[in-house]
Design a protein around this ligand. Sequence first.
Ligand code: FES
Length: 109
Amino acid sequence: MEPEDNVCLCFKVSLRKLVTHLEVQTPRCASQMSECFGAGTGCHWCVPFLTELHRRWQQGAPLEMAEGPEEYAARRVDYKLAKKAAATPAVPAPGAPAPPIPPASPPSV
Ligand code: FES
């Protein structure tokens, strides 16, 4: 990933902006990366990457991401689809039997 590539795709926050944020704002914890243009506060896909960037910065390691922007964006699409599927309630297929009604709980005494 190049410095101008976006790490937070929701808010278009580039790797360069995040590196500058680390160097200038010196966030004490990874969650403070969100103070850089709201990074990580949308779909949350980039949060592990923000956390890793913060960890590397604390350790003095190179602030780079090996993954290419196209692969990164494609994996985010999969993430969002999986997240949407998990949030969508299951709908029975047409003609399928109705789900069983749970037994009534005994009256409390
Ligand atoms: S990609 Fe960063 S919050 Fe969605």
